[in-house]
Write a new protein. Structure first.
Length: 150
């Protein structure tokens, strides 16, 4: 699984000009599910994401986690994170997990973030054409690949 985590002061996702998910201070997470991913990969991200210490403490140091600041999260599925651009000019998405499997792991991750104590977790709509707006705070953007996590 690939997660692009952006520290935001606010974010929302719209479908047909209607907001379907939003968050205030916290993380905007774009999630790509790769063929062969399992709940074990999702569990690694569930353990890591809420505890990433990328919010500033009273001394201006990135030393606090989303859990410590009561941060919220907006999670949006994005199969294009699995793109292979190594040949030609048109990306290949064959490494993306099939939609049924990807959606199940996406929902599992969202439920896991809630269970981990994140104050509010909202989502887009899996497979929909969505418009995402955010205010990247910092900017701070972290890319996590579950295969690289212990």
């Amino acid at each position: 699984m690939i997660a692009v985590i952006q520290r935001v002061s606010g974010a929302d996702v719209k479908i047909d000009n209607k907001i379907v998910g939003s968050c205030s201070k916290g993380f905007m997470i774009l999630l790509g599910v790769v063929q062969g991913d399992t709940k074990a990969e999702a569990d690694k991200l569930i353990k890591k994401i809420p505890n990433l210490r990328i919010f500033e403490d009273e001394n201006g140091k990135m030393n606090l986690s989303a859990l410590e600041i009561g941060g919220e999260m907006l999670v949006v599925s994005q199969f294009t994170l699995c793109a292979d651009c190594s040949h030609g000019r048109r990306p290949s998405f064959t490494s993306s997990a099939p939609p049924e499997e990807a959606n199940a792991l996406y929902e599992y991750l969202v439920a896991g973030l809630k269970a981990a104590g994140v104050s509010r977790v909202e989502t887009g709509e899996f497979g929909a054409d969505m418009q995402v707006s955010l205010i990247n705070d910092g900017p701070v953007t972290i890319i996590l690949d579950s295969k690289d996590l212990k």
